[in-house]
Design a protein around this ligand. Structure first.
Ligand code: NAD
Length: 500
């Protein structure tokens, strides 16, 4: 018997132990020590969870949208009540600092709050009297059992992006969270049942590729929502759609901030510190590239940033008043360190090298200091690829057009922002840049729950964004009814109607 706590799955309203005999290790990143083990489900365990969700579907789909929305409202109340508990789970397995973890939980709750409006949102359309005695109306029906596959970096928010809209519209869910930090999604499913959600409607199955492949290939799964890295997003999208499923698959990112010479550089520095180093850069909307128009802007900005990056307050995730915690795993920290070395080898300049950072009292934690890299060029691999760590790369361009072209030409197109006082330049940028989410003097333009989230190019595959009305459309299919109700009889008609 292992000395470590063994986590479980959550199926049919209860926590159940894994039976595959395979486990993944969960670490507390601040301590750098193994904290628990997560069961990695076998194909048959995933199939059993799908069967439970399939059985629960007819009754849940037939539950009135008002009743589903009331359960969602109760769920929202419980989420607020347990916000700190959920955030602490995020800190202990992911490594975000507590204030940031609280914010990430809130962003997830906001999607569940939006979902409470389903009675209005899920309304169909009606055209009366389109011909003699004939009306046409449409309904938005749930799809059936849907799968959510989530990444490590937002273990509360992203499961709620998916679960909120999927559940309220009448689907049943099998969620497969990241095997690095699954405690929060397990707790979410438990709270949904506490809120009155019927057992079997929201299930969480832990696992790795075997679990994902089972979800992608099982014909009872009608839709797959995925968020993670681009190579896996491409694989998930290709496999799910080849199997006839609806799929949205969000991938990686490399987000540019364009800084024009008229921008207030103190404001820019404040924005960049939070956007590049918050959550140790492990955000798909983190700004990882600052693009300065002109050497003067770059030189001044680096002068402001350098001492601030060197003085970042980094420490144990659950302590308050910190700016940055550790990275999620030792392997991920090594990968980020590899990119810093690559950047130096490729000829860019390490203004601040975070690799030497040691967190006093937490020497074994997966900590890395902030890094600031100047003289980055478009053909460098360290620029082309996503680093996903506390590393800000600075590029120097000669003009607005050249800077906008960098964001447009980059393979990723998740988020971008522009800092300027020039409204016309900002408007042109928002209109023309080939990126899905744009900030104007806002560094991390994550749309709120009543809009929707989605990147372009290699950052997202599929036709629908996450949450908002896009989420509602993703999780429902339209049925249209044409009905004739009239007192007199109907003549036989052999031709399509013509204008008379
Ligand atoms: P990941 O792709 O490694 O894992 C995501 C999910 O896929 C996990 O549940 C994992 O178990 C599963 N998975 C991993 N390898 C698999 C395989 N070979 N076959 C099938 N399933 C597999 O991503 P991650 O490291 O957990 O998360 C970080 C990535 O997610 C970054 O690239 C980040 O930019 C991206 N991300 C994107 C968004 C967005 O909305 N665009 C949001 C958050 C994170």
């Amino acid at each position: 018997m292992s000395q470590f706590t063994q986590l479980s799955h959550y199926v049919n309203g209860e926590r159940i132990a894994g039976t595959s005999g395979r486990f993944g290790d969960i670490y507390n990143p601040s301590k750098g020590a193994k904290a628990s083990e997560v069961p990695l489900a076998s194909k048959s365990e995933v199939e059993a969870a799908i069967a439970i969700a399939q059985d629960a579907f007819p009754a849940w789909a037939a539950t009135s949208v008002l009743a589903r929305s009331r359960i969602m409202t109760k769920f929202v109340h419980l989420l607020y009540e347990h916000q700190h508990e959920l955030a602490t789970l995020v800190c202990n397995e992911h490594g975000k600092v507590i204030e940031d973890a609280m914010g990430s939980v809130l962003r997830g709750i906001e999607v569940a709050e939006f979902a409470c409006g389903a009675p209005h949102q899920q309304k169909g359309e009606f055209s009366d009297g389109v011909a003699r005695g004939i009306d046409i109306y449409s309904m938005r029906k749930p799809l059936g059992v849907v799968a959510g596959i989530t990444p490590f970096n937002f273990p509360a928010m992203i499961p709620l992006w998916m679960a909120g809209m999927a559940l309220v519209t009448g689907n049943t869910v099998v969620m497969k969270p990241s095997e690095k930090d699954p405690s929060c999604p397990l707790r979410l499913a438990e709270l949904f049942v506490e809120a009155g959600g019927p057992p079997g409607v929201f299930n969480v199955i832990n696992g790795d590729k075997e679990a994902v492949d089972t979800l992608l290939n099982d014909e009872r799964i009608k839709a797959v929502s995925f968020v993670g890295s681009t190579p896996i997003a491409q694989y998930v999208y290709a496999t799910a759609t080849a199997n006839g499923k609806r799929c949205q698959a969000m991938g990686g990112a490399k987000n540019h901030m364009l800084i024009l010479p008229d921008a207030d550089l103190e404001d820019v520095a404040n924005a960049l510190m939070g956007a590049a180093y918050g959550s140790a850069g492990e955000r798909c909307m983190a700004i990882s590239v600052g693009v300065c128009v002109g050497d003067e802007v770059a030189d001044k900005l680096i002068d402001i940033l350098k001492p601030r990056v060197e003085a970042l307050r980094i420490g144990n995730s659950t302590d308050t008043g910190l700016e940055m915690g550790p990275l999620v795993t030792k392997e991920h920290r090594e990968k980020v360190m590899g990119y810093i070395q690559m950047a130096a080898d490729e000829g860019s300049k390490l203004v601040v090298d975070g690799r030497g950072f040691v967190c006093e009292g937490h020497e074994d934690g997966f900590f890395l200091g902030g890094s600031l890299i100047d003289q980055v060029k478009p053909d460098m691999t360290s620029y082309q690829e996503e680093i996903f760590g506390p590393v800000l790369q600075i590029m120097r361009v000669g003009s607005f057009e050249e800077g906008m072209a960098l964001a447009t030409d980059h393979p990723y197109g998740n988020g971008t922002s522009i800092f300027t006082k020039n409204g016309a330049a900002a408007r042109t940028f928002a209109d023309r840049v080939e990126v899905g989410m744009v900030g104007i003097n806002v560094p991390i333009p994550v749309p709120l729950a009543f809009h929707s989230f989605g990147g372009w190019k290699a950052s997202a595959f599929g036709d629908h964004n996450q949450y908002g009305m896009e989420g509602l459309r993703f999780y429902t299919k339209v049925k249209t009814v044409t009905a004739r109700w009239q007192d007199s009889g109907v003549d036989a008609e052999f031709s399509m109607p013509v204008l008379k």
